[in-house]
Design a protein around this ligand. Structure first.
Ligand SMILES: C[S@@+](CC[C@H](N)C(=O)[O-])C[C@H]1O[C@@H](n2cnc3c(N)ncnc32)[C@H](O)[C@@H]1O
Length: 291
C-alpha cells in the first residue's frame, strides 16, 4: 500500500515526470552520452564497468540509461508510472538491453525484497526527501546494497534550501504573474530554459512539489553510523577551507576529506546557504557499506 504522501508524490510525478526531456533529443546512444550532465559523467568514469548499479527513484531514467551504456546490469526503479513510461520509451528507442526498469515503492518492504538481488552501487539522488519517511527509505535501499558496496544519497540541505524557500515564496506572491522572474529563477538552477520540457519539469519539481523535507549532514552521519555504512565524503565538501570541486577520483573515497564534526559541519552548512543556492541546497553524501 502506498502511503498518503506516496500517493500525492506519485500523482505529481505521473503528471510531471522528472527530469523531463524531449525524447527527440536522444536519437542515438551517442546523443545520450554527449547529453549527460557533468555529475552523471563523473559517476560513469568512477563506477567500474563490471559493477552492478541501481538508480533508486530514477524518474525518467536519464542517469540509469546513460550508465547502462557501458555496463551489463543497471537498474532504475521508481514509484511513478508516468516517469517510468518515458524511461521505457527511451530504453526501447535506443535498445538499452542492459537496463532494467521496475516500478517499486521504496517504503514498501515487500517490493524491495521482490527485487531479489543486491548491487555494487546504490544511487539515490533527490528521492528520499520526497518520500515522507527518508530514514525508512534509506534503510530499505540499504537492503539492495552488497556488503562492501557503495552508496550515494542526494538530499536537500536544511540550511542550503533556505534561499529556494524564499524564492518559492516570492514566486507565489509578488511574482505570481511574472514569467520573466520565474524563468530567471529556474535558469539559476539549470543554466538555460531552451528545452521547455526540462524547464517545466524543473519548475514543477522545485516550486510546485506537494511534499519535501530537508536534512542535515549530522542526520545522514547518524543514518550511516547506525547502519554500518562508512562515511566517505560530501559534495560539496564538508571539510573546512576545502572548496573541492567535484573531483572524479574523489567521490568514492575519503582522500581529501576529514570527518565533519559538529562545529565544522555547522559552519559548512551555513556557507551552503549561498554556496548551494543555485542547486536549491542539494548535496550528496557518499559512503560504503562495511563488508
Ligand atoms: C526529483 S525526482 C529525482 C529523479 C532522479 N533521481 C534525478 O536525480 O534526476 C524524485 C523521484 O523519486 C521518485 N520517488 C518518490 N518517492 C518514491 C518512493 N517512495 N519510491 C520510489 N520512488 C520514489 C519520484 O517518483 C521521482 O521520480
Amino acid at each position: 500500500m502506498v502511503t498518503k504522501i506516496g500517493k500525492q508524490v506519485q500523482d505529481f510525478y505521473n503528471e510531471t515526470p522528472f527530469p523531463d526531456y524531449e525524447l527527440d533529443r536522444f536519437n542515438s546512444k551517442a546523443d545520450l552520452a554527449s547529453g549527460a550532465y557533468t555529475f552523471a559523467k563523473i559517476l560513469d568514469r568512477t563506477i567500474p564497468k563490471n559493477a552492478t548499479v541501481i538508480d533508486v527513484g530514477t524518474g525518467t531514467g536519464q542517469l540509469s540509461s546513460f550508465l547502462s551504456l557501458n555496463r551489463k546490469n543497471v537498474w532504475g526503479i521508481d514509484l511513478s508510472d508516468g516517469s517510468l513510461s518515458k524511461a521505457r520509451k527511451l530504453k526501447e528507442k535506443l535498445k538499452l538491453d542492459s537496463l532494467t526498469l521496475k516500478k517499486v515503492d521504496i517504503l514498501n518492504d515487500k517490493e524491495i525484497e521482490d527485487i531479489g538481488m543486491k548491487f555494487d552501487y546504490v544511487l539515490c539522488l533527490g528521492v528520499l526527501h520526497h518520500t515522507g519517511d527518508a530514514y525508512k527509505g534509506f534503510k530499505n535501499i540499504l537492503k539492495l546494497l552488497k556488503p562492501g558496496g557503495h552508496i550515494a544519497i542526494g538530499l536537500y540541505n536544511k540550511y542550503g534550501r533556505i534561499p529556494l524557500k524564499i524564492r518559492k515564496m516570492l514566486a507565489k506572491t509578488i511574482f505570481k504573474n511574472n514569467d520573466k522572474v520565474k524563468d530567471w529563477f529556474i535558469q539559476m538552477q539549470i543554466g538555460d530554459v531552451k528545452d521547455k520540457e526540462r524547464a517545466r519539469g524543473w519548475w514543477n519539481d522545485q516550486y510546485l512539489h506537494p511534499h519535501e523535507t530537508s536534512h542535515t549532514i549530522g542526520e545522514v552521519l547518524k543514518w550511516f553510523k547506525n547502519n554500518n555504512v562508512k562515511y566517505y565524503q560530501t559534495v560539496p565538501s564538508s571539510t573546512p577551507l576545502y572548496q573541492g570541486a567535484l573531483e572524479m577520483a574523489g567521490v568514492w573515497n575519503n582522500a581529501n576529506e576529514t570527518y565533519p564534526i559538529f562545529p565544522t559541519r555547522f559552519y559548512k552548512q551555513f556557507t551552503w546557504i549561498w554556496r548551494t543556492h543555485h542547486e536549491g541546497g542539494y548535496w550528496i553524501t557518499f559512503g560504503r557499506k562495511n563488508a
